[in-house]
Design a protein around this ligand. Structure first.
Ligand code: TPP
Length: 674
């Protein structure tokens, strides 16, 4: 069990050891410690003046951010949180630009699209936070995996609060880093409180550092108010990580000297603690050590403070004078997605062969891996075992375990790690064993992966494959259609192929796209849907529908397994001289509004079909759009057909009741008779 390095509450104790560092180096550290403190003091004044709306203070905790940033190399990644101003200042970000960001002005790192420290700056190696605590820890794993794969001696260092250690991502990230021996430093900034919750109500172990042993990684408990102690611990852990020794867990003991944010106050802090910890102020302690070593006197200190204050004042005034962000709806929409590359047709004269839907997906993965060394596959049991549906069978043998990787059972951790890989220029794919399990990765998908480009401009080239759908007696959790959980999320693309040729071409398009793509492959089609599959590399455009069958009397709008059902119904009605047009949407985000509108204007009738339940289903989007765009052409209200609004039941008879399949012909007849 780790022993507390803070055994005394004597003022200024224990003394800071300067470790024989050069005077210049020590002055640099001193300046680095002072800068965030003085910026914060300015922010508190601006807050009182009503020129700043909110502030999360890190006063008293600067030794951690500064100690970490000064111990690491400039090309190591830092993943700071809301109290780590010292990371940004020590990495040398332009002060006025940083302040423009904090004030939400034009010219800040996000151009007003996200607040405070919620941004990254890949040039200085900073990958900033999203609000969700813990979410950046798996991202650090992904960055570190990128370094490991490229054989670079770099590390990723991710911060987390004592409260944030309770989140599941903390566990998933530490476990993954330990299993893969990733060069990551997990840095717990234990300031003793969450928002108002003391650590006694947050965890039951004595020290958070003690958890290291449970993950199989070294750990240490460090005086977080001693910048030199922080540096020593970080330097040692980084050296081990660079040498292939894997991750380290460091717990830095400190104290939050102000409210969670300024409005929340400190009334809940146990009496005496603030006074006790004010005796351990990291800047005072460091300055005392410098003075003892005759490296600092009052004059020098006052001059340095005055110089920094004046630079801060002018940067703050300039940033406050900067205009608020100016934009337009078009510009904002254009910030969400990377422009899509042009589709690539199959090479002239290339052959095609008959195959199953599952073969086409496997072929797409193989082609992507062959074509682009940046493609890396992550998933549960996807290596030698070949995945739950054998889609990746043989790929580990052909491309090696470093590119076809079994993950522990960590949906969130895997998607977060994939984001880190993508930020480092890789093209990761994560396989969900079943689409239903993507709920465990929901936060990473919708908040981290999907929003990164819009928030701070970093493209995220990432594919998530998820086997969806029912009809195979798999019950409520292994049969879900999850598209409508995601089609409302700006920044994602959602693809749902119906044929083998489309499955391959759309999957390759997903890998080529500079945006995160959720690829929904239907389990019932894997081994029963056959068709021609073009050889070699080709892509299909994301957002373009396919005319699966031409007709005049009614349009059936659908995707995935619905296309098969629609074609069966169209063939049956053709016997009765009814001509059904079937439009296969192929992609749901974006979706082909033009093709859908055109088809429905032609036939005058539309039935939207999907295997997912009706309420809140994607069909609602189509129906609403058609009322707006095709109202005058309609001979009947747009109809929707989906599953019953129940979970997917297990027993075959109940699943048949749930599924819209058996109700399709009746619904079509009803619509035609309107
Ligand atoms: C997933 C999630 N749940 C809740 C919150 C709201 N929240 C923001 S900060 C905070 C307290 C964080 O405590 P800790 O991790 O110890 O960091 P500290 O603020 O003390 O530095 C909470 C509950 C959040 N941001 N993310």
């Amino acid at each position: 069990m780790a022993e507390s390095p803070l055994r005394t509450s004597e003022p200024g104790q224990p003394p800071v050891r300067l470790d024989g560092s050069s005077p210049d180096r020590l002055r640099e550290i001193h300046r680095a410690l002072l800068l965030p403190r003085l910026i914060e003091e300015k922010m508190l004044v601006l807050l009182r003046q009503g020129r700043l709306s909110k502030w999360f203070s890190g006063i008293g905790q600067e030794a951690i951010a500064v100690g970490v940033a000064t111990a690491l190399r400039p090309d190591d990644a830092l993943l700071p949180l809301h109290r780590n101003l010292g990371v940004f200042t020590t990495r040398g970000l332009d002060l006025e630009r940083l302040l423009r960001q904090l004030f939400g002005r034009e010219g800040g790192y996000t151009g007003g699209r996200d607040r405070s420290f919620h941004f990254g700056d890949l040039e200085t190696g900073i990958v900033g936070m999203i609000s969700h605590l813990g979410a950046m820890l798996p991202v650090a794993d992904g960055l570190a995996l990128a370094y490991q794969l490229r054989g670079e001696e770099r590390v990723a260092a991710a911060f987390i609060g004592d409260g944030g250690t309770s989140e599941g991502d903390f566990h998933e990230a530490l476990n993954l880093a330990a299993v893969w021996k990733l060069p990551v430093l997990f840095l717990i900034e234990n300031n003793q409180y969450g928002l108002s919750t003391p650590v006694s109500e947050q965890y039951a172990c004595r020290n958070l550092a003690d958890r290291g042993v449970g993950y199989g990684m070294p750990s240490d408990l460090v005086d977080g108010n001693d910048v030199m102690a922080v540096q020593r611990a970080v330097a040692k852990a980084a050296e081990r990580a660079r040498g292939g020794g894997g991750p380290t867990l460091l717990e830095f003991l400190t104290f939050r000297m102000r409210g969670h944010e300024e409005a929340s106050g400190t009334a809940y802090v146990a009496p005496g603690l603030l006074r006790e910890w004010s005796q351990r102020d990291p800047i005072v302690r460091f300055e005392e050590a410098l003075a003892r070593a005759a490296l600092l006197d009052d004059d020098v200190r006052d001059r340095l403070r005055a110089e920094l204050r004046s630079a801060i004042d002018s940067a703050a005034e300039a940033a406050l004078a900067a205009p608020p962000p100016r934009s337009s709806p078009e510009r904002e929409l254009a910030e969400v997605y990377e422009p899509a590359p042009e589709p690539v047709p199959p090479a002239p004269g290339s052959a095609e062969r008959e195959g199953r839907y599952v073969d086409a997906i496997a072929d797409g993965l193989r082609t992507a891996l062959e074509r682009d060394p940046r493609v890396v596959l992550l998933g549960q049991d996807i290596a030698e075992y070949g995945g739950a549906f054998k889609v990746t069978a043989g790929l580990a043998g052909s491309f090696g375990r470093s590119r076809v990787r079994n993950t522990p059972i960590i949906e969130s951790g895997a998607v977060g790690a994939a984001l880190g890989l993508a930020l480092e220029g890789f093209a990761p794919m994560v396989e969900m064993q079943f689409a239903g399990f993507i709920s465990c990765a929901f936060n990473q998908v919708v908040n981290n992966v999907a929003k990164t480009r819009y928030r701070w401009g970093a493209p995220v080239r990432l594919v998530i494959r998820a086997p969806v759908g029912g009809g195979v007696g798999a019950g409520p959790f292994h049969s879900q259609n999850v598209e409508s959980w995601f089609t409302a999320v700006a920044g994602l693309k959602v693809v749902a192929p119906a044929t083998p040729a489309d499955a391959k071409g759309l999957l390759l398009a997903a890998f080529e796209d500079g945006n995160p793509v959720l690829f929904l492959e239907h389990k019932a089609l894997y081994r029963s849907e056959r068709g021609p599959i073009p050889d070699g590399f080709y892509t299909l455009p994301l957002g373009r529908a396919r005319l699966a069958r031409s007709g005049d009397d009614v349009t059936l709008l659908t995707y995935g397994v619905g296309v098969r059902w629609a074609l069966e119904a169209a063939a049956a009605l053709a016997e009765e001289d009814v001509s059904v047009e079937v439009l296969d949407l192929r992609t749901l985000l974006p979706w082909d509004v033009a093709a859908v509108t055109e088809s429905v204007r032609k036939t005058g009738r539309a039935l939207v079909l999907h295997e997912a339940p009706v309420t809140g289903g994607f069909g609602a989007e189509l129906a609403a759009t058609l009322q707006e765009r095709a109202f005058e052409w309609l001979d009947a209200p747009v109809a929707r057909l989906g599953a019953l609004d129940t979970p997917v039941p297990f027993a075959k008879e109940l699943e048949e009741l749930h599924s819209p399949r058996g109700r399709l012909l009746g619904a079509l007849r009803e619509l035609l008779a309107y």
